[in-house]
Design a protein around this ligand. Structure first.
Ligand code: GLC
Length: 736
């Protein structure tokens, strides 16, 4: 387990000294977070609350689905006015902490997190999120409600785009990288002005919303919770994440915000979290709707006793905690603990010494370059028949498709502050290339692409590039869809392009991993460009015209059909032979007990870890430094070293992500057929080969039971090393 960098209790001396001076009202004040005032009356109310020490935080957003709106301004001066009241006019001068959804970018927008996870490059993610922190803090933001680290297996769920995908190991590495990027890499950094307090969310299990319907109930076994859902939060906490956001959902009928188990026992107890927990927007008062609380007072009592420290959008705690204490229904110790948690982080991020911010102009050019770099590493080359790509830069291009002149969608959901004016369209990016290299571009304007007129354009000489996908308003919060097949009109367009006899490149600009089976036969090459932020189009052209060799690997399974959801690579071994993830295309009935869909075999369209390159790589059979090791030695810190030689067998430099999977053959619980336990991305010149070694230690070779007991058991474990989860390149070790 990575070292736990939670060290916020070092501020407890100052915290407890301050706590002793506070009245009950002032304590409750620290647990209230208001949104932006919506009218003069509310403005006055909030100012009075700040003056009376009854406000602890403000969220810089006017609506609870800030991700779907473009706000653009942060109002630094507006919030400083509140800070001046809180610091200069309230009795104890406790500063406010300002939060905002700076999810995957601020002015410069980086790829949606699902895309960044496909870069399999945590170091680069950390650099990008450092840049995000610099831009957000330059406008006075102290705290972001990010990273979202909800594992999910359902691409119908619009919020799949906000998280790192279906794998706990990738999720953990992404969580660490984002937290270190936002907060700075050393524990004292949190007091630096360019450190952005991070918030791991949504704790817990939100990604299992039933049917992919956002805000729905979840049913998650303790086994899945411990082994799949928790690892990213554990990694975020170990990386020093200062805050956590509790989720809307219940788990197995118990709202997370109503259960002392999930926050007090699990998060603070088992994971060692020392920061504070903020509720999701109004998610405490929702317990009335869920039928576990009669009124707001009961909601408040459930929330504070469960460990939800701060009430986002304040209606519950502000109005009810004082009377609960005065009526003897609530021991003030719960309030004291919540206030301690909040004050720890306010001390940790230096707000008492440095509460005010001014708007600072910073040079964003390096950030835009970084955005282009990670976008290029996040995009997935899914198909490249006859090595159609890369195209020559003097090529004749015929561009069509609904996203050929699109700007806004490229930045993806949850990018409300992203500057749209600096986003380049596909048409503009291709023009830049072909104009400078003697090529040509004909664009089929959107208003005519869905009638026969486009056929005229497809008669031109050259290669057809189709900019396809889905807009950013059909993913993100409260934006789930029932069918994830790419739209029929786009399939029709691809058919027409294909019928012209020309080569067709599909650039898919989307949030969720769409089901591409209907369109795949008509595209000679497919580049999944995601919603990669400000530089989506430039990065796509860098790949299309060969300046960048694609290296993305999918952090999520692409299904053939919506009907296959949920389909994920680390499925447990079933009781009988199921034609599923590791099955075959042919729908054959072989023996009794065989089962599978009779219509579309549930094999993935593109499996977890998959992504093509313009070159080819060979990975040797894995070797281990020892064929066996005792569990005791593992516990003492020894590990298995797994080595392979990777060779670039192609004609150009490229990056390969070598993936290390295990399969625990015999265990006290059924284990997944493949579990990712390590990866390394390396760059090799054509013909170059390099040996790489990946460790497997105590933390990688065990699993949790449903009660959270970590088990490393004796027996054989298969070790696979390959370029995606389908690899059969394996060896075996024995734990003694
Ligand atoms: C929203 C989202 C959460 C976000 C918060 C503040 O409802 O669920 O991710 O951080 O409210 O906007």
């Amino acid at each position: 387990m990575s070292i736990n960098k939670q060290n916020f209790k070092r501020f407890d001396k100052q915290v407890n000294e301050l706590l002793e001076k506070m009245t009950l009202k002032e304590k409750i004040g620290q647990l209230n977070q208001s949104s932006k005032a919506k009218n003069p009356e509310q403005q006055k109310k909030y100012e009075d609350m700040c003056r009376n020490g009854e406000m602890g935080s403000m969220i810089l957003a006017a609506t609870s689905t800030a991700g779907n709106t473009d706000e653009y301004k942060v109002y630094t001066e507006y919030y400083n006015e509140f800070q001046k009241i809180a610091v200069n006019e309230s009795r104890l001068g406790i500063p406010l902490i300002f939060g905002r959804d700076v999810i995957h970018g601020h002015r410069t927008v980086f790829p949606i997190p699902l895309a960044s996870a496909c870069a399999f490059n945590p170091e680069l993610v950390e650099k990008c999120y450092r840049a995000v922190a610099k831009e957000a803090t330059a406008e006075g933001i102290h705290w972001t409600f990010s990273p979202m680290v909800d594992l999910t297996r359902d691409p119908r769920w619009g919020r799949i785009i906000e998280g790192p995908g279906e794998d706990p190991y990738v999720g953990a590495r992404f969580a660490e990288a984002a937290v270190k990027g936002f907060q700075g890499s050393d524990e004292d950094d949190l007091a630096n002005r360019d450190s952005l307090v991070a918030c791991a969310k949504h704790y817990l299990g939100y990604g299992f919303s039933e049917g992919g319907r956002d805000y729905n109930t979840t049913d998650i076994s303790g086994y899945t919770l411990q082994n799949c859902v928790l690892p990213a939060f554990r990694a975020a906490v170990n990386a020093g994440c200062a805050t956590v956001m509790s989720s809307f959902n219940d788990i197995n009928g118990v709202p997370v915000a109503a259960s002392p188990y999930y926050i007090n026992e699990l998060l603070h107890g088992e994971l060692g979290f020392e920061g504070f927990v903020v509720s999701d927007w109004g998610s405490i008062r929702q317990m009335i709707r869920e039928g576990v609380a009669r009124d707001l007072k009961e909601c408040a009592e459930l929330g504070i006793k469960s460990g939800v420290d701060m009430d986002m959008d304040l209606s519950c705690y502000a109005d009810n905690l004082e009377s609960l204490v005065n009526e003897g229904k609530l021991d003030v110790k719960y309030i004291d603990e919540a206030v301690r948690n909040v004050l720890r982080i306010k001390f940790a991020c230096g707000l008492f010494d440095d509460p005010f911010r001014e708007f600072v102009e910073i040079d964003k050019k390096p950030h835009i370059e970084l955005a282009r770099e990670i976008a290029g590493e996040s995009m997935l080359l899914l198909k490249n028949s006859n090595n159609l790509l890369p195209l020559n830069k003097d090529e004749k291009i015929i561009l069509a498709g609904p996203f050929s002149q699109e700007r806004h969608s490229l930045k993806g959901s949850w990018s409300g502050d992203g500057e749209v004016s600096i986003i380049t369209t596909m048409e503009e990016a291709i023009t830049e290339v072909v104009d400078a290299n003697g090529g040509s571009l004909v664009t089929v304007k959107n208003d005519i692409i869905y009638n026969k007129a486009s056929l005229e354009f497809f008669k031109n000489d050259g290669v057809i590039v189709l900019a396809l996908g889905e807009g950013s308003l059909v993913s993100g919060e409260a934006n789930s869809i029932a069918e994830i097949e790419i739209s029929e009109n786009q399939v029709q367009l691809a058919k027409e392009a294909h019928a012209s006899g020309k080569k067709v490149v599909g650039v898919i600009i989307g949030g969720r991993p769409l089901a591409l089976q209907p369109i795949e036969p008509y595209l000679d090459a497919i580049l999944y460009a995601w919603h990669c932020g400000t530089e989506t189009a430039h990065a796509a052209c860098d790949i299309i015209f060969g300046d960048v060799n694609p290296s993305g690997k999918s952090s999520v399974t692409f299904v053939k059909s919506t009907g296959h959801i949920p389909l994920y690579y680390n499925e447990l071994l079933p009781a009988k032979k199921i034609n599923s993830y590791y099955g075959t295309e042919n729908v054959i009935r072989t023996t009794p007990g065989f089962s599978g869909y009779l219509d579309i075999p549930a094999v993935p369209m593109y499996p977890f870890g998959f992504g093509l390159s313009y070159t080819t790589f060979e990975i040797s059979a894995p070797k281990v430094n020892t064929p066996s090791i005792t569990v005791e030695k593992l516990k003492e810190g020894e590990c298995i070293e797994v080595s392979v030689t990777v060779k670039n067998t192609g004609t150009r430099k490229g990056k390969e992500t070598v993936q290390l999977y295990i399969h625990d053959i015999i265990a006290s619980y059924i284990r997944p057929q493949k579990e990712l336990k390590g990866f390394k991305k390396i760059e090799l010149e054509a013909g170059e080969e390099k040996e790489i070694t990946l460790p497997l230690g105590y933390d990688e070779l065990g699993f949790f039971d449903e009660r959270g007991n970590y088990l490393v058991e004796q027996g054989d474990i298969e070790i696979f090393v390959g370029d995606d989860c389908m690899t059969k390149n394996k060896t075996k070790i024995t734990l003694l």
